[in-house]
Design a protein around this ligand. Sequence first.
Ligand code: SAH
Length: 405
Amino acid sequence: MTPAAQAAPEGAAKKQDFFAPPGARPSLLGLTRVGLAEALRAIGTPEREIRMRSAQLWHWIYFRGAENFDAMLNVSKAMRRSLSDHYSLDRPQVVEEQVSSDGTRKWLIRMNPVDALDKGAEVECVYIPESDRGALCVSSQVGCTLNCSFCHTGTQKLVRNLSTAEIVAQLVVARERLGDFPGLTPPDDGLIPSGEGVRAVSNIVFMGMGEPLYNFDNVRDALEIFSDGDGLSLSKRRITVSTAGVVPQIGRLGAECGAALAISLHAVRDDLRDRLVPLNKKYPIAELMQACRDYPGASNARRITFEYVMLKGINDSPAEARELVRLLKGIPAKINLIPFNPWPGAPYECSDWEKIEKFSDIVFNAGYASPVRTPRGRDILAACGQLKSETEKLRARARLAASTE
Ligand code: SAH
């Protein structure tokens, strides 16, 4: 981890929640219940009203997706005025939206500045619809310190932890865009799951930018907000945290959050994994597997997902498939084979389809479900880190054009 990521501890996150540029009012969007109560206290709300008022705000912000205080009709006029004098419900800005022909949507989201020097960090968030469910892939950090050699996010320089509010805001923004709050209408393209009791976003995966277990506290608090039954109401079982293998935090994730676990494995030998996922040098495969064996709450009904990106000629041989099966012995596991999503200048190619099928057959015959994740949103470069880089390149080009004019 770089000093930048280490230097974004809890205290800073709390400060971020309340930072607003001069003239702007801090947004209450993304605060925890405790945070909302503090915000109410700070504007002189009597102690005996705090519980009731927090519950009202919670309902409006997270259940209804309210964008301003005027909508909160069961809150007294004086209270609404006081709230809007001091606070806002501003969302981070969607600076770019791309919609794939398969319905995958990708948003580049600019966060509100966290201090006077900050121009507003940008992160990506991807929505992947299926017929009866939809997954939102959220980011936990701006950039990433892990430098996995096949991942585009590692090539981006700026790194900081996202605050709880910034993580939560991604779901709120997505639900808004997808018309998935009461009173909103979904986009009429037939690509968003609908029906009685079906929500456009039914699952969350922490598979966007960043390493969620390097931002443990904020991710944990965001999970609490996502899964609160009076608000955003996502079942914890439908929230998956994906890690490159930060071994010391894996047990805590199970014990404190109850989220589903995914491990980005990608190699079965330490020498290769050291190259693909350099974090492996710190926490080698044997230690990682032990942490998985010990994961609280793992069972056949709640399996750990092992992600394995298929890289041509690198990690895709039948011998490696057999080794993978051996490695996972005794762990309630499912295996996700991910065709490598290429990016401009990437040092790898995606394995040939026959190779992937062969690999998948070996894993399947050993008794594991081994779905090959169909590439989604290829026409919009939906793999990790790509939209951000493309947009930065375009901006750089625009600047260059302007300076040579
Ligand atoms: N840091 C976390 C979560 C972010 S990456 C982790 O490592 O798990 C989410 C998943 O996407 C990981 O499995 C990662 O290895 C994979 N991934 C990253 N770049 C990819 C690419 N170009 N093609 C396919 N999968 C990729």
